[in-house]
Design a protein. Sequence first.
Length: 510
Amino acid sequence: MKQFSFLLCLLSVIFFTHCEQQIETHLEQFPLIPIANVMEETGSAFFIKDNTVLYFDEQDEDLKRTAIKLKSNWEAQTNNSLLLNEGIPFLHSKIELIKSDFDQEEAYEINIDKKAIVIRASAASGFYRALTSVDQLLRFQKLSSNLNFLPTGVIRDAPKYSYRGAMLDVSRHFFTVEEVKQYIDLLALYKINHLHLHLSDDQGWRIEIKSWPNLTEYGGRSEVGGMTGGFYTQEEYKDLVAYAQDRFITVVPEIDIPGHTNAALASYPELNCNGKTAELYTGIEVGFSTLCVDNEITFQFLDDVIREISAITPGEYFHIGGDESLSTNEEDYIVFINKTQDIVEKYGKNVMGWDEIQSSNIKPNTVAQYWADADNATGALKKGAKVLMSPAKYAYLDMQYDSLSTYGLHWASYISIKRGYDWNPDELVEGITGENIIGVEAPLWSETISNFEELSYLAFPRLLGYAEIGWSKTEQREWDTYQKRLIEHGVLLDSMSIKYYHSPNIPWKK
Ligand code: ACM
């Protein structure tokens, strides 16, 4: 019998078919984060070999773009070549990209059987999310030294919320283009699709405005703790936006007004009510600065800033801050937000702002970012706005994990990995349900961090939890099973040299 099967094998080699051993596989046990809506295993293996052929319609730009990305990732992860639409079909295993109808743009399906992997989606963003799942499959197989096959079965997936975001404060401490790109790569791996950049604050102005050059030439020099700030030229910002866009991540720029504006006030005397420039500021207090409502030039300034940034921002949102304007009186605050939203609208963007902006005449297409005040969030809903959920007590990545963890603050709460994961945006605030919410965003304020390693300590692994809250179905989310998957992602993050916080409460693998 043995001889017979050897003979069969030999014959099959001669006739160019395959003769792999039988392998039992378990796709359902794969530690995807975010967990997919449906994973059904069929127990066999798709063997990965050189010269697998990727079939797709070359007339379709979305598919072409997907194919190029898949080829590059597949070859990098597997060290096996992936041929694009060439070769003889019956000789090789194949991967196929097929456009199909789905209710959501980011929805996708991956079917893996012994001979073929078929990936379906209706749009380029859906194919991209599928590729991030394939990427995780390949990476974990590689980590388990099993990267000569993938488990067979089907993955069907779609996001819970259309907006899954991360905010990075590049003002308190500046982060370079390369550091932001590194962050974007990790956001993409976890299916996060918005990067909100907090580009201005008391401590530094971080984006070139050609009509107001001192903002960066002077106001960009400082940061918390000293004078080593920095800024993005418009070309660098465009490069970042394009890099994110290539990963189906939309950049949301924030210029925080009317408070949090000391860097601007230090750059131009005419923006101050007393006509004198403010001093650069390198501390971490809030609430002491305000633009001057009575200076006509203030609104010319805002018009120029919003015009220039909007022109190089393809996404639909412009974030106008509006938080903690403790030095602006209430009447003036309302004037500021009302006028600024008109400017944002004039340049073709929708307003996003921290929850305080609801005290103004916000328009129904506004998004209020709930961070602190539930009454503000429900107030925004009454004006027809939608809410983006970033509750400081659960979703602020800059909160310390516990009293012993190194970086971060704790004014809102200590946020352990479990606390960060174990909440439901649809049930957190009375009066706010899933229909009112566009999604979830995890802000990372940078008072206490100044480089990628420190950023990683606060963002990882908690960011993975927010990615799952934003993507996966509530009924799929459960701490114990999440923790098991997270431990595997600790190994994955190690393999990428990401210095995540090794909470002592989690039994990480060595
Ligand atoms: C905020 O944390 N000041 C929005």
